[in-house]
Design a protein around this ligand. Structure first.
Ligand SMILES: Cc1ncc(COP(=O)(O)O)c(C=O)c1O
Length: 397
């Protein structure tokens, strides 16, 4: 069958493909340690489930406003007022089927053919494909591990051209866990002040930060950028709600209205009862978030220490999110089970076969020398997984 040229531009999300492979192995009874998923292992808090059940019982089962119900958009605006002193009207908020969908809609709404979008790498797998689908050109800027995987203001300055339409910043970052301090953001903002591009601020891991790190974004660091920034966030990671599919965009009304128009011709509103659940998540007590983050931090401490003790691996200590992205360069070119390891993909395959540990190779995040492990797994599994990785790597000759 002839497929559209558009579909040939992109590839399926690798993270989801690996998670599916891992799930299949587990279903076959293989004792697999799954460090590949991009989601918290915790259950959605009970109060949030009850809000959805309540909405269902009350008959909240019909279409809602395309942009999402007003109380939810108001609660999102209120969160930004309360937490950051940023003022957004409810008409400057779009609720979509996950932050992924909000990003997709906004790229579709704002990009024209050949518009360049600067994406620091390593990056979340979907940005470049979404840009391509909107006719844009991803301009990948490789950050350096010794700079904490953060783009520097000189790198940003060099990457900006008259064709630059947007700059994407994801902090804390998937896959590196790197986060930008207020000072880092002010330095980038001073470069952005001199160029009129849009800013895409993906704040989905905002609440998952460690060691007293204070989350900021480019708008909180430099409010003069507010009117050309779209902020993305959602309930998936913060409240262990990945399956509910609620995320959102906040930004200037023309951008939000255009993205809502795209949404109106594709999915319409996100699921009504999931919106009721998201409203409870954002408005209610935030105690569970603290509990989850405290557990993530303990696991991070263990996984970073254990991976750094394995010869051939070096592991950057992330300030946020729930991923580590160890460097595997010294292992490349060596032999594992008689096969030369040419890439992170080869190592990920070897670890799946030999150690029964699933990780995601760095290639699809823009790095051939790293592999991503998610530590959204019990402390016991984190320990067991590290032990298995160690034994398998020790066999590499
Ligand atoms: C950096 C980043 N942005 C956005 C998303 C999308 O999240 P969701 O669509 O579940 O809200 C993800 C999910 O993995 C992510 O890692």
């Amino acid at each position: 069958m002839k497929l559209s040229d558009r579909t040939k531009l992109i590839k399926p999300a690798v993270t989801l493909a690996i998670a599916a492979k891992a799930q299949k192995l587990s279903a076959q009874g293989v004792d697999l340690i799954n460090f590949s998923a991009g989601e918290p292992d915790f259950d959605t808090p009970e109060r949030i489930k009850q809000a959805a059940i309540g909405a269902l019982k009350k008959g909240m089962t019909k279409y809602t406003e395309v942009r999402g119900i007003e109380p939810l958009r108001e609660a999102i605006a209120e969160k930004y007022r309360r937490e950051f002193g940023l003022n957004y009207d409810k008409d400057e908020v779009l609720v979509s089927c996950g932050a992924k969908h909000a990003l997709y809609n906004v790229f579709q709404a704002l990009l024209d053919n050949a518009d360049e979008v600067i994406i620091p790498s390593p990056y979340w797998v979907s940005y470049s494909d979404m840009v391509l689908l909107a006719g844009g050109v991803p301009k990948i800027v490789a950050t350096r591990e010794e700079n904490g995987f953060r783009i520097t203001s000189d790198q940003l300055k060099d990457a900006l051209t008259p064709r630059t339409r947007a700059f994407v910043l994801n902090s804390p970052c998937n896959p590196t866990g790197a986060a930008y301090s207020k000072g880092d953001l002010e330095a980038l903002a001073s470069i952005l002040e001199g160029h009129n591009c849009l800013i895409i601020s993906d704040d989905i891991y905002e609440k998952i930060v460690y060691d007293g790190f204070r989350f900021e974004n480019l708008v909180t660091a430099n409010p003069s950028l507010r009117d050309r920034t779209v902020i993305f966030n959602g309930v998936s990671k913060t409240y262990a709600m990945t399956g509910w599919r609620i995320g959102y965009a906040l930004g200037p009304a023309p951008a939000i209205s255009a993205a809502a128009k795209i949404q109106s011709q594709s999915t319409s509103n996100p699921t009504s009862i999931a919106q009721a659940a998201a409203l409870e998540a954002i408005r209610g007590s935030q105690d569970e978030v603290e509990t989850m983050v405290a557990q993530f931090r303990r696991r991070r401490d263990v996984i970073v220490k254990r991976l750094n003790s394995i010869p051939g691996l070096t592991c950057f200590n992330p300030q946020g999110a729930f991923y580590v992205f160890p460097n595997i360069r010294p292992l490349l070119g060596k032999k594992a089970n008689g096969k030369k390891l040419e890439s992170a993909c080869d190592l990920a395959d070897y670890l799946l076969e030999e150690a029964r540990v699933a990780g995601v190779p760095g290639e699809d995040f823009g790095s051939k020398e790293n592999i991503r492990f998610t530590y959204a797994a019990s402390l016991e599994d984190v320990e067991r997984g590290c032990e298995r990785i160690k034994k398998a790597i020790e066999k590499i000759g």
